[in-house]
Design a protein around this ligand. Structure first.
Ligand SMILES: [Ca+2]
Ligand SMILES: [Ca+2]
Ligand SMILES: [Ca+2]
Length: 424
């Protein structure tokens, strides 16, 4: 047999013998030698166990697993702690506070002992602490301090308003009382809202005292003349100032008459008392002022002052007046039936009055005069004739003297001029 044939035979043998479990037939190597390492197969196969051992009940944690602490705490060696308050881990693990100390907000601090109190985690002295004055949580107002456990304002801002300590005497937002605000340019002085010097309060704010738009306490607008002058606000009152050579008549500025003040009754003048003064019965325009000529001695009137040697002239009329005094004892007929025009003068010096009345036209004019009304009568008894009378003996300074122009008959009335002079 050739080697290749022998291999074929072995292959054929093994295809039968090697498939048997207990075969012990020799295995021939390729080189023809006998095989020495034949391993016997076990006689039987162990069955699989019927059950599986359970896993242990607990799991041993892996070393890199971290146990979380509750919020606000952190893990130290002995567990989770709040390092804000822990006396043994104050501010961090292992930082122990000394004896007699507590941990507050992560810092070791001496224990809070009376009279100090622990308020919201802070040890405070309630006798002086502004946020806890006298008791925890009792906060002082703005500007207040805590003294002896009481909230107090400074001496110069002694009132506590909602906005804080204020000086009611000088606080523009709390003037005189809490919440009273000074507005419109006002400021608080002595507990009152006042405007700056030389201004006054209006609804439009502080206005200049000389403002003609807001004059006086009433803040009125001053009327201006149509021409030849201007409105002014003077000491809180409206006034009209006329241009030179113009005088105020009513609310208008009118040109001053050329001859007013020369003591003569010139054209356009109803009086001339020798001056340019108003309020004395004859205006600076030489016009008789209201109340100077009246129909009786009583009632409101302008009493004309007369100085020594002053000459006063008035032009008037009895026409339209009433007839009250109808007796003239000096007249042979004792009549004075016409209406009267009455003047009163006040003597600014002692002396005697000399008075002349002259009728315009031919009516019978009668003059009466005296310190009582209507006084003594003078009548020369002729139509169209002037009457003149003079007080016989000097009268004292301050005497008020009545001058009455009357007419003899019922119909005797008309225009006249009156001239009176005070002489020594
Ligand atoms: Ca004149
Ligand atoms: Ca005058
Ligand atoms: Ca009469």
């Amino acid at each position: 047999m050739t080697p290749s044939n022998a291999a074929l035979v072995l292959a054929a043998l093994c295809s039968v013998a090697c498939a048997l479990p207990h075969a012990s037939a020799p295995v021939i190597d390729d080189d023809g030698g006998a095989l020495a390492d034949i391993i016997p197969m076990p006689d039987r196969v162990d069955p699989l166990p019927d059950r599986v051992d359970p896993l242990p009940d607990r799991v041993v944690p892996l070393p890199d697993v971290v146990i979380e602490c509750p919020a606000g705490q952190q893990r130290c060696a002995d567990g989770c702690v709040d390092v804000q308050t822990s006396p043994t881990h104050c501010g961090g693990c292992g930082r122990a506070c000394a004896s007699g100390q507590s941990c507050l907000a992560g810092t070791c601090a001496d224990d809070c002992l009376a009279p100090r109190m622990l308020c919201s985690g802070s040890c405070v002295d309630t006798s002086t602490d502004r946020a806890n004055c006298g008791a925890c949580g009792r906060a002082c107002g703005t500007g207040q301090s805590c003294a002896s456990a009481t909230c107090v304002c400074p001496a110069n801002q002694s009132t506590l308003c909602p906005s804080g300590c204020v000086d009611l005497r000088a606080d523009n937002n709390n003037c005189g009382s809490c919440g009273t605000r000074c507005v419109g340019g006002q400021s608080c002085m002595d507990s009152r809202c006042v405007c700056p010097v030389n201004t006054h309060a209006c609804t439009t704010g502080c206005q200049p005292d000389d403002s003609t738009m807001y004059c006086g306490a009433s803040c009125a607008m001053c009327p201006a003349p149509a021409a030849n002058g201007r409105a002014v606000c003077d000491a809180g009152a409206c006034r009209i100032v006329c241009d030179p050579s113009f005088m105020l008549v009513g609310n208008n500025c009118e040109r001053v008459p050329m001859n007013c003040g020369n003591r003569a009754l010139d054209a356009g003048e109803t009086c001339d008392d020798g001056n340019m003064v108003a309020g004395d019965g004859c205006s600076p325009m030489c016009q008789t002022e209201p109340g100077t000529i009246t129909t009786t001695c009583g009632g409101a009137r302008t009493v004309v002052p007369i100085a020594l040697n002053q000459v006063i002239r008035f032009r008037g009329a009895t026409s339209g007046m009433t007839s009250t005094y109808n007796s003239c004892p000096d007249n042979s007929n004792d009549r004075a039936n016409g209406p009267e025009a009455v003047f009163q003068v006040r003597m600014t010096a002692a002396g005697r009055l000399r008075t002349t009345i002259t009728p315009e036209g031919g009516w019978d004019i009668i003059l009466k005069g005296g310190t009582t009304c209507p006084g003594q009568c003078v009548d020369r008894g002729a139509d169209g004739v002037a009457e003149t009378a003079m007080v016989t003996s000097p009268l004292p300074m301050g005497t008020v003297f009545n001058l009455v122009v009357d007419g003899f008959n019922n119909g005797d009335s008309g225009r006249f001029t009156l001239e009176t002079t005070l002489v020594p």
